[in-house]
Design a binder for this molecule. Structure first.
Ligand SMILES: C[S@@+](CC[C@H](N)C(=O)[O-])C[C@H]1O[C@@H](n2cnc3c(N)ncnc32)[C@H](O)[C@@H]1O
Length: 390
Protein backbone atom coordinates (compact mmCIF):
# COMPACT_ATOMS: atom_id res chain seq x y z
CA UNK A 1 0.00 0.00 0.00
CA UNK A 2 1.32 3.45 -0.86
CA UNK A 3 2.06 5.46 2.27
CA UNK A 4 0.01 8.63 2.70
CA UNK A 5 2.67 10.87 4.26
CA UNK A 6 6.27 10.99 5.48
CA UNK A 7 7.33 11.88 9.01
CA UNK A 8 10.48 12.39 11.06
CA UNK A 9 10.82 11.26 14.67
CA UNK A 10 13.13 13.46 16.77
CA UNK A 11 14.06 12.56 20.38
CA UNK A 12 12.53 9.31 19.23
CA UNK A 13 12.81 7.21 22.42
CA UNK A 14 11.07 3.94 21.65
CA UNK A 15 8.79 5.49 19.09
CA UNK A 16 5.48 6.51 20.65
CA UNK A 17 5.12 8.99 17.80
CA UNK A 18 6.29 6.35 15.32
CA UNK A 19 3.48 4.01 16.38
CA UNK A 20 0.85 6.72 16.05
CA UNK A 21 2.06 7.98 12.67
CA UNK A 22 2.34 4.50 11.13
CA UNK A 23 -1.18 3.69 12.32
CA UNK A 24 -2.33 6.80 10.43
CA UNK A 25 -0.54 5.74 7.23
CA UNK A 26 2.80 7.50 7.75
CA UNK A 27 6.27 6.41 6.72
CA UNK A 28 9.26 7.23 8.91
CA UNK A 29 12.09 8.75 6.85
CA UNK A 30 14.40 9.83 9.69
CA UNK A 31 14.71 9.25 13.44
CA UNK A 32 17.16 10.54 16.03
CA UNK A 33 17.90 9.19 19.51
CA UNK A 34 21.05 9.06 21.65
CA UNK A 35 20.18 6.61 24.43
CA UNK A 36 21.73 3.28 23.41
CA UNK A 37 19.01 1.17 25.05
CA UNK A 38 16.19 3.14 23.43
CA UNK A 39 18.06 2.98 20.08
CA UNK A 40 18.19 -0.78 20.39
CA UNK A 41 14.46 -1.10 21.20
CA UNK A 42 13.61 1.24 18.31
CA UNK A 43 15.69 -0.77 15.86
CA UNK A 44 14.23 -4.08 17.04
CA UNK A 45 10.69 -2.86 16.50
CA UNK A 46 10.90 -0.71 13.38
CA UNK A 47 14.08 -1.80 11.56
CA UNK A 48 15.33 1.84 11.62
CA UNK A 49 18.52 2.79 13.43
CA UNK A 50 17.93 6.21 15.04
CA UNK A 51 21.39 6.37 16.64
CA UNK A 52 22.48 9.99 16.15
CA UNK A 53 22.69 13.18 18.13
CA UNK A 54 20.37 15.68 16.52
CA UNK A 55 22.93 18.41 17.24
CA UNK A 56 25.31 16.71 14.81
CA UNK A 57 22.84 16.43 11.96
CA UNK A 58 22.87 18.96 9.17
CA UNK A 59 19.24 19.84 8.42
CA UNK A 60 19.96 19.55 4.69
CA UNK A 61 20.69 15.86 5.20
CA UNK A 62 17.23 15.17 6.62
CA UNK A 63 14.89 13.83 3.91
CA UNK A 64 11.81 15.78 2.86
CA UNK A 65 8.83 15.07 5.10
CA UNK A 66 5.27 16.19 5.83
CA UNK A 67 5.19 15.84 9.63
CA UNK A 68 7.83 16.60 12.27
CA UNK A 69 7.31 14.81 15.59
CA UNK A 70 9.36 15.62 18.69
CA UNK A 71 9.02 15.02 22.43
CA UNK A 72 11.86 17.35 23.31
CA UNK A 73 13.33 18.04 26.76
CA UNK A 74 12.00 21.16 28.51
CA UNK A 75 14.76 23.74 29.07
CA UNK A 76 14.75 27.34 30.20
CA UNK A 77 15.63 29.52 27.24
CA UNK A 78 16.81 32.71 28.82
CA UNK A 79 19.16 31.01 31.26
CA UNK A 80 20.54 28.63 28.64
CA UNK A 81 21.04 31.58 26.30
CA UNK A 82 22.85 33.61 28.93
CA UNK A 83 24.94 30.75 30.20
CA UNK A 84 26.10 29.87 26.73
CA UNK A 85 26.68 33.46 25.78
CA UNK A 86 24.28 33.48 22.84
CA UNK A 87 22.15 36.46 21.95
CA UNK A 88 19.33 34.42 20.54
CA UNK A 89 17.35 32.91 23.40
CA UNK A 90 16.81 29.52 21.75
CA UNK A 91 20.35 28.81 20.63
CA UNK A 92 21.96 26.02 22.61
CA UNK A 93 18.63 24.51 23.68
CA UNK A 94 17.21 21.39 22.08
CA UNK A 95 14.24 23.41 20.86
CA UNK A 96 16.75 25.19 18.62
CA UNK A 97 17.40 21.89 16.84
CA UNK A 98 13.72 21.70 15.98
CA UNK A 99 13.65 25.35 14.97
CA UNK A 100 16.56 25.09 12.55
CA UNK A 101 15.06 21.99 10.88
CA UNK A 102 11.73 23.78 10.50
CA UNK A 103 13.36 26.94 9.14
CA UNK A 104 14.95 24.87 6.40
CA UNK A 105 12.22 22.30 5.64
CA UNK A 106 9.08 24.35 6.36
CA UNK A 107 7.48 21.07 7.37
CA UNK A 108 3.71 21.18 6.81
CA UNK A 109 2.65 19.77 10.20
CA UNK A 110 4.37 19.75 13.59
CA UNK A 111 3.47 17.70 16.65
CA UNK A 112 5.58 18.44 19.73
CA UNK A 113 5.11 17.00 23.18
CA UNK A 114 6.33 18.10 26.56
CA UNK A 115 5.69 17.88 30.28
CA UNK A 116 2.63 19.51 31.83
CA UNK A 117 4.62 22.20 33.56
CA UNK A 118 5.88 23.64 30.29
CA UNK A 119 2.87 25.93 30.70
CA UNK A 120 4.19 27.53 33.88
CA UNK A 121 7.87 26.84 33.27
CA UNK A 122 10.04 29.93 33.79
CA UNK A 123 6.90 32.00 34.52
CA UNK A 124 5.36 31.19 31.16
CA UNK A 125 8.45 32.42 29.27
CA UNK A 126 9.24 28.98 27.87
CA UNK A 127 5.87 28.61 26.13
CA UNK A 128 5.95 32.25 25.03
CA UNK A 129 9.37 31.77 23.42
CA UNK A 130 8.33 28.58 21.63
CA UNK A 131 5.14 30.26 20.42
CA UNK A 132 6.92 33.38 19.14
CA UNK A 133 9.69 31.44 17.41
CA UNK A 134 7.36 29.02 15.65
CA UNK A 135 5.05 31.84 14.52
CA UNK A 136 8.04 33.69 13.15
CA UNK A 137 8.84 30.74 10.90
CA UNK A 138 5.24 30.75 9.65
CA UNK A 139 3.34 28.31 11.87
CA UNK A 140 -0.28 28.58 12.94
CA UNK A 141 -0.62 27.36 16.53
CA UNK A 142 -3.19 27.19 19.29
CA UNK A 143 -3.08 30.31 21.49
CA UNK A 144 -2.46 28.23 24.63
CA UNK A 145 -0.66 24.92 24.85
CA UNK A 146 -3.02 21.93 24.64
CA UNK A 147 -3.10 19.79 27.78
CA UNK A 148 -4.22 16.22 27.33
CA UNK A 149 -4.03 12.92 29.23
CA UNK A 150 -4.67 9.28 28.25
CA UNK A 151 -7.45 9.01 30.87
CA UNK A 152 -9.55 11.25 28.66
CA UNK A 153 -9.57 8.46 26.07
CA UNK A 154 -10.56 5.71 28.49
CA UNK A 155 -6.99 4.58 29.18
CA UNK A 156 -6.54 4.27 32.96
CA UNK A 157 -3.48 6.52 33.27
CA UNK A 158 -3.46 10.09 34.53
CA UNK A 159 -0.64 11.69 32.59
CA UNK A 160 -1.18 15.29 31.67
CA UNK A 161 1.12 16.44 28.92
CA UNK A 162 1.41 19.47 26.71
CA UNK A 163 0.96 18.86 23.01
CA UNK A 164 1.91 21.61 20.57
CA UNK A 165 0.26 21.35 17.18
CA UNK A 166 1.19 23.55 14.24
CA UNK A 167 0.46 24.01 10.54
CA UNK A 168 2.87 25.79 8.22
CA UNK A 169 0.81 28.61 6.76
CA UNK A 170 2.89 31.82 6.77
CA UNK A 171 0.11 33.95 5.28
CA UNK A 172 -2.21 33.10 8.17
CA UNK A 173 0.34 32.57 10.95
CA UNK A 174 -1.33 35.27 13.02
CA UNK A 175 -4.60 33.27 13.10
CA UNK A 176 -4.76 30.84 16.00
CA UNK A 177 -5.70 27.19 15.54
CA UNK A 178 -8.81 26.21 17.40
CA UNK A 179 -8.16 22.66 18.67
CA UNK A 180 -8.77 21.34 22.17
CA UNK A 181 -9.72 18.08 23.86
CA UNK A 182 -11.43 19.36 26.95
CA UNK A 183 -14.76 17.64 26.35
CA UNK A 184 -13.53 14.04 26.79
CA UNK A 185 -13.77 11.59 29.72
CA UNK A 186 -12.79 12.25 33.34
CA UNK A 187 -10.51 10.14 35.55
CA UNK A 188 -13.35 8.51 37.42
CA UNK A 189 -14.80 7.09 34.19
CA UNK A 190 -11.85 4.68 34.05
CA UNK A 191 -10.81 1.39 35.66
CA UNK A 192 -7.29 0.02 36.01
CA UNK A 193 -8.64 -3.50 35.53
CA UNK A 194 -9.23 -2.77 31.82
CA UNK A 195 -5.53 -3.08 30.91
CA UNK A 196 -4.38 -5.89 33.20
CA UNK A 197 -3.06 -9.15 31.81
CA UNK A 198 -5.59 -11.94 32.15
CA UNK A 199 -3.05 -14.75 32.51
CA UNK A 200 -0.98 -15.37 35.63
CA UNK A 201 2.07 -13.10 35.52
CA UNK A 202 5.70 -13.94 36.39
CA UNK A 203 6.46 -14.34 40.08
CA UNK A 204 8.93 -11.39 40.05
CA UNK A 205 5.98 -9.00 39.85
CA UNK A 206 4.43 -10.15 43.16
CA UNK A 207 5.20 -8.14 46.29
CA UNK A 208 7.44 -9.71 48.92
CA UNK A 209 6.16 -11.12 52.23
CA UNK A 210 7.90 -8.22 53.90
CA UNK A 211 6.02 -5.64 51.81
CA UNK A 212 2.76 -7.48 52.39
CA UNK A 213 3.37 -7.44 56.13
CA UNK A 214 3.91 -3.69 56.36
CA UNK A 215 1.04 -2.93 53.99
CA UNK A 216 -1.22 -5.14 56.12
CA UNK A 217 -0.17 -3.09 59.14
CA UNK A 218 -1.23 0.12 57.41
CA UNK A 219 -4.46 -1.49 56.22
CA UNK A 220 -5.24 -2.36 59.82
CA UNK A 221 -4.38 1.22 60.77
CA UNK A 222 -6.73 2.73 58.18
CA UNK A 223 -9.58 0.38 59.09
CA UNK A 224 -9.17 1.12 62.81
CA UNK A 225 -9.54 4.91 62.45
CA UNK A 226 -12.80 6.73 63.14
CA UNK A 227 -12.17 8.85 60.02
CA UNK A 228 -12.46 7.40 56.51
CA UNK A 229 -11.33 10.44 54.52
CA UNK A 230 -7.88 11.71 55.45
CA UNK A 231 -6.67 14.67 53.47
CA UNK A 232 -3.09 14.85 54.74
CA UNK A 233 -0.03 12.58 54.99
CA UNK A 234 0.12 10.52 58.16
CA UNK A 235 3.53 10.26 59.77
CA UNK A 236 4.02 8.14 62.88
CA UNK A 237 6.86 10.41 64.01
CA UNK A 238 4.48 13.34 64.34
CA UNK A 239 1.75 11.82 66.50
CA UNK A 240 3.14 13.21 69.75
CA UNK A 241 4.14 16.59 68.30
CA UNK A 242 7.71 16.06 69.39
CA UNK A 243 9.11 17.41 66.12
CA UNK A 244 7.03 20.58 66.04
CA UNK A 245 9.14 23.69 66.12
CA UNK A 246 7.67 27.20 65.99
CA UNK A 247 10.26 28.19 63.38
CA UNK A 248 8.92 25.66 60.90
CA UNK A 249 6.95 26.90 57.87
CA UNK A 250 3.19 27.12 58.45
CA UNK A 251 2.33 24.20 56.15
CA UNK A 252 4.57 21.92 58.16
CA UNK A 253 3.16 23.02 61.49
CA UNK A 254 -0.37 22.46 60.12
CA UNK A 255 0.63 19.03 58.93
CA UNK A 256 2.00 18.11 62.37
CA UNK A 257 -1.12 19.53 64.10
CA UNK A 258 -3.32 17.35 61.90
CA UNK A 259 -1.29 14.29 62.87
CA UNK A 260 -1.56 15.18 66.56
CA UNK A 261 -5.36 15.58 66.21
CA UNK A 262 -5.71 12.30 64.41
CA UNK A 263 -3.72 10.61 67.11
CA UNK A 264 -5.80 12.10 69.94
CA UNK A 265 -9.06 11.24 68.21
CA UNK A 266 -8.00 7.62 67.93
CA UNK A 267 -5.57 7.37 70.83
CA UNK A 268 -6.58 4.05 72.28
CA UNK A 269 -6.51 2.26 68.93
CA UNK A 270 -3.32 3.94 67.67
CA UNK A 271 -1.39 3.21 70.88
CA UNK A 272 -2.23 -0.47 70.56
CA UNK A 273 -1.33 -0.43 66.88
CA UNK A 274 2.00 1.31 67.47
CA UNK A 275 2.89 -1.18 70.17
CA UNK A 276 1.87 -4.17 68.07
CA UNK A 277 4.13 -3.01 65.22
CA UNK A 278 6.94 -1.68 67.46
CA UNK A 279 6.36 1.89 66.19
CA UNK A 280 7.38 0.59 62.72
CA UNK A 281 10.98 0.76 63.92
CA UNK A 282 11.78 -2.56 62.27
CA UNK A 283 10.95 -1.08 58.86
CA UNK A 284 12.83 1.55 56.84
CA UNK A 285 11.56 5.15 57.11
CA UNK A 286 9.96 4.89 53.65
CA UNK A 287 7.19 2.98 55.42
CA UNK A 288 6.64 5.45 58.24
CA UNK A 289 4.61 7.84 56.17
CA UNK A 290 1.20 6.99 54.73
CA UNK A 291 -1.00 8.92 52.33
CA UNK A 292 -4.59 7.91 51.75
CA UNK A 293 -5.61 9.55 48.48
CA UNK A 294 -8.66 7.40 47.78
CA UNK A 295 -11.21 9.53 49.68
CA UNK A 296 -14.10 7.37 50.85
CA UNK A 297 -14.23 5.36 47.60
CA UNK A 298 -12.65 2.13 48.92
CA UNK A 299 -12.63 0.41 52.30
CA UNK A 300 -9.24 -1.27 52.24
CA UNK A 301 -5.80 -0.49 50.90
CA UNK A 302 -5.99 -3.79 49.01
CA UNK A 303 -8.83 -2.39 46.89
CA UNK A 304 -6.68 0.47 45.61
CA UNK A 305 -3.45 1.24 43.81
CA UNK A 306 -0.49 1.34 46.17
CA UNK A 307 2.77 3.13 45.55
CA UNK A 308 5.78 2.59 47.76
CA UNK A 309 7.65 5.82 47.16
CA UNK A 310 10.91 7.00 48.74
CA UNK A 311 8.71 9.58 50.50
CA UNK A 312 6.17 7.08 51.83
CA UNK A 313 3.27 4.81 50.99
CA UNK A 314 0.47 6.22 48.88
CA UNK A 315 -2.94 4.68 48.22
CA UNK A 316 -5.15 5.80 45.33
CA UNK A 317 -8.51 4.83 43.84
CA UNK A 318 -8.38 2.01 41.27
CA UNK A 319 -9.60 4.29 38.48
CA UNK A 320 -6.34 5.60 37.02
CA UNK A 321 -2.69 4.74 37.46
CA UNK A 322 -0.46 7.70 38.20
CA UNK A 323 1.82 8.67 35.30
CA UNK A 324 4.46 6.02 34.78
CA UNK A 325 7.83 7.11 36.04
CA UNK A 326 10.94 5.26 37.11
CA UNK A 327 11.05 1.63 38.20
CA UNK A 328 11.13 2.27 41.97
CA UNK A 329 7.63 3.65 41.93
CA UNK A 330 5.91 1.07 39.77
CA UNK A 331 2.40 0.89 41.23
CA UNK A 332 1.09 -2.15 43.06
CA UNK A 333 -2.37 -3.46 42.16
CA UNK A 334 -3.75 -4.04 45.66
CA UNK A 335 -6.25 -6.68 44.62
CA UNK A 336 -3.55 -8.92 43.14
CA UNK A 337 -0.68 -7.96 45.46
CA UNK A 338 1.65 -7.42 42.52
CA UNK A 339 3.23 -4.66 40.52
CA UNK A 340 2.23 -3.55 37.06
CA UNK A 341 3.98 -5.75 34.48
CA UNK A 342 6.02 -4.42 31.57
CA UNK A 343 3.25 -5.43 29.15
CA UNK A 344 0.72 -3.53 31.24
CA UNK A 345 3.04 -0.51 31.26
CA UNK A 346 3.10 -0.77 27.45
CA UNK A 347 -0.70 -0.89 27.38
CA UNK A 348 -0.91 2.22 29.57
CA UNK A 349 1.04 3.99 26.85
CA UNK A 350 -1.18 2.40 24.15
CA UNK A 351 1.67 0.41 22.58
CA UNK A 352 0.30 -2.69 20.85
CA UNK A 353 0.84 -6.14 22.41
CA UNK A 354 3.09 -6.97 19.43
CA UNK A 355 5.64 -4.38 20.62
CA UNK A 356 8.94 -5.96 21.77
CA UNK A 357 10.07 -4.22 24.97
CA UNK A 358 13.66 -3.97 26.23
CA UNK A 359 14.71 -7.26 27.80
CA UNK A 360 15.61 -5.49 31.06
CA UNK A 361 12.47 -4.60 33.04
CA UNK A 362 14.22 -1.58 34.47
CA UNK A 363 15.00 -0.18 31.01
CA UNK A 364 11.57 -1.12 29.70
CA UNK A 365 9.70 0.74 32.48
CA UNK A 366 11.97 3.74 31.98
CA UNK A 367 11.39 3.73 28.23
CA UNK A 368 7.60 3.48 28.55
CA UNK A 369 7.76 6.13 31.27
CA UNK A 370 9.54 8.49 28.87
CA UNK A 371 7.32 7.70 25.90
CA UNK A 372 4.29 9.53 24.60
CA UNK A 373 0.94 7.82 24.79
CA UNK A 374 0.31 6.50 21.28
CA UNK A 375 -3.46 7.02 21.26
CA UNK A 376 -3.17 10.57 22.58
CA UNK A 377 -0.80 11.47 19.73
CA UNK A 378 -3.01 9.69 17.21
CA UNK A 379 -6.03 11.68 18.32
CA UNK A 380 -4.09 14.96 18.28
CA UNK A 381 -2.61 14.20 14.84
CA UNK A 382 -6.00 13.32 13.37
CA UNK A 383 -7.44 16.61 14.64
CA UNK A 384 -4.47 18.45 13.12
CA UNK A 385 -4.52 16.73 9.72
CA UNK A 386 -8.22 17.37 9.18
CA UNK A 387 -8.21 20.87 10.68
CA UNK A 388 -10.43 23.45 9.02
CA UNK A 389 -11.45 26.85 10.38
CA UNK A 390 -15.13 26.95 11.17
C1 LIG B 1 11.05 12.38 26.60
S1 LIG B 1 12.01 11.28 25.69
C2 LIG B 1 11.04 11.10 24.23
C3 LIG B 1 10.39 9.75 24.14
C4 LIG B 1 9.63 9.49 22.86
N1 LIG B 1 8.70 10.53 22.52
C5 LIG B 1 8.90 8.15 22.94
O1 LIG B 1 7.72 8.08 22.61
O2 LIG B 1 9.52 7.16 23.36
C6 LIG B 1 13.32 12.32 25.10
C7 LIG B 1 14.40 11.55 24.37
O3 LIG B 1 15.31 12.47 23.78
C8 LIG B 1 16.56 11.83 23.71
N2 LIG B 1 17.57 12.89 23.44
C9 LIG B 1 18.02 13.83 24.31
N3 LIG B 1 18.92 14.61 23.71
C10 LIG B 1 19.05 14.17 22.42
C11 LIG B 1 19.83 14.58 21.30
N4 LIG B 1 20.69 15.59 21.42
N5 LIG B 1 19.68 13.92 20.14
C12 LIG B 1 18.81 12.88 20.04
N6 LIG B 1 18.07 12.44 21.06
C13 LIG B 1 18.17 13.07 22.25
C14 LIG B 1 16.67 11.15 25.07
O4 LIG B 1 17.62 10.11 25.06
C15 LIG B 1 15.23 10.66 25.29
O5 LIG B 1 15.08 9.32 24.91
Amino acid sequence: MKKKFKFIDLFAGIGGFHQAMVQLGGECVFASEIDKYAVNTYYKNYGINPNCNIRDIDEKDIPKHDVLCAGFPCQTFSKAGKRLGFNDETKGTLFFEIERILKYHKTKYIILENVRNLVSHDNGQTWETIYVHLKKIGYRLTKDPIIVSPHQLGIPQLRERVVILGIYDPENADKDLNINFEHLRTKDDNSIFDILESKKVASKYYISDYEEEVLNAWDEFYKGLKETVIGFPIWVLYFNGYYKDEKMPKWKKDFIDKNINLYHNNKEFIDKWLKKYNYLRDYPKTYWKFEWQAGGSIKSLWDGIIQVRPSGIRVKKPTCFPALVAMVQIPIIGKYKRRLTVREAARLQSFPDTFIPDSSDQQAYKQFGNAVNVDVIKMAAEALFKYKDN
